[in-house]
Ligand binder design. Structure first.
Ligand code: NDP
Ligand code: X2W
Length: 346
């Protein structure tokens, strides 16, 4: 049994980790870390866990936890993991960080977009960006995994085959993305109140969303070019789900079959990426509660542009599911262990 500790187990991403890992046959949760609910029964906070989880919450003492756990998930705000990780901890245990602390390789870029000082720049180089479909081999041997952001996961996987094959002009790329409110976490914020979100849709973070440099970095690595793009996020009145619609000019005319061949080249055999049939657009409801990302595209012959689309559950493939997929790789387990959920509907 893999002994698992979760710091931030009382947040939305942490709660989803608990749900997924409770059904994982090779994992046992030994630490439900919290900051505000220490000594309270976990199932009193999340009643879906009644008679499933008997334990109470502990604190966020990573030093002590690292002596007990084979792997620690930090589902905590930006800056937490970087402020506590040290060499001794990584000698004892593996860490999968769900925050952005180790995703961006350039410290100055991280500090500029996140507005905080990076407390452990020495571990940035070592950290592996945990996008399993691309970095599978590196993840297997990692001590520290930077679990990708929710919007970056969906954006990247929607665009990756065409960026990698050099089929689109990266300078023309525009990404429009929409998220359900669980993406903003469980903390109380006026902007996330029912009356503010219900019956409404709005853009936010326009020209300044902190996921922009992460997407640019990863698409830059895939395409071999420096990427500068427009990325606009929207908040929509649903609990879970991310929908990405991305636009770019094709470098040369391409048929449906040629583009489809590029997607198949990278995603054939990928357990969690589904390339939909011709003309079917991804929808969040068909992936909800699952670790799938549904992708598809449409060539607009009139404008010479291609529209790339993706749908994903932000809490599963966008956070906890992908983190467990990374854990499976790090411990030599089948990649889909504990993740074989069929999407919910309705
Ligand atoms: N929500 C999502 O869809 C996604 C989230 N993420 C990332 O996962 C991380 C957690 O996000 P999310 O679950 O949404 O956030 P929440 O606000 O829902 O949960 C945050 C968790 O961290 C704990 N916490 C808060 N402040 C501190 C602190 N200073 N020190 C230690 N623990 C603290 C909270 O404890 P307590 O409850 O006890 O206060 C809670 O358990 C973030 O880095 C986020 O960016 C990544 C991808 C998607
Ligand atoms: C709806 C909503 O507010 N979404 C969040 C998603 C951020 C998130 O989850 O953070 P990481 O993926 O970087 O860890 C946002 O836009 O900031």
């Amino acid at each position: 049994m893999i002994k698992v500790g979760i710091i931030g187990a009382t947040g939305y991403a942490g709660g989803e980790l608990v749900r997924i890992l409770s059904g994982h046959k090779d994992a046992e949760i030994v630490w439900y870390g919290s900051r505000s609910y220490i000594d309270e029964k976990y199932a009193d906070i999340y009643r879906n866990m009644f008679e499933i989880v008997e334990d109470s919450c502990l604190d966020d003492n990573m030093e002590e936890l690292s002596k007990k756990a084979d792997v620690i998930f930090t589902a905590t705000p930006q800056g937490f993991c970087a402020s506590v990780v040290n060499e001794g901890m990584l000698d004892n245990t593996k860490i999968i960080d769900l925050s952005a602390d180790f995703r961006i390789k350039d410290v100055a870029t991280y500090e500029k977009w996140y507005g905080i000082e990076h407390k452990s720049p020495r571990f940035i180089e070592e950290a592996v960006y945990g996008l399993c479909e691309v970095n599978r081999e590196a993840v297997r041997n990692a001590r520290l995994v930077a679990n990708p952001g929710c919007y970056p996961t969906c954006s990247f996987l929607s665009i990756y085959p065409l960026a990698k094959e050099g089929m689109i002009d990266m300078n023309t790329l525009i990404i429009d993305a929409k998220s359900g409110t669980s993406g903003a976490g469980r903390g109380a914020k006026v902007g996330n109140l029912y009356c503010e979100v219900n019956e409404n849709i709005k853009a936010y973070g326009v020209t300044g969303h902190r996921h922009t440099p992460e997407i640019e970095e990863q698409l830059g690595l895939a395409s071999g070019e420096q990427v500068l793009l427009n990325f606009t996020t929207h908040l929509v009145p649903m609990n879970r789900g991310i929908l990405v619609t991305a636009y770019a000019s094709l470098k040369q005319k391409a048929t449906y079959e040629e583009v489809r061949a590029a997607y198949d080249k990278y995603y054939d055999g990928e357990r969690f990426v589904r390339v939909l049939e011709k003309d079917i657009c991804p929808e969040t409801r068909w992936v909800e509660g699952s670790n799938y990302v549904d992708v598809n595209f449409k060539v607009d012959e009139r404008t010479g542009r291609i529209i790339m689309m993706g749908a994903m559950d932000n809490l599963v493939k966008g956070a906890a599911g992908q983190a467990v997929q990374n854990m499976n790789l790090m411990f030599g387990l089948p990649e889909d262990e504990g993740l074989a959920f069929v999407p919910l509907f309705p």
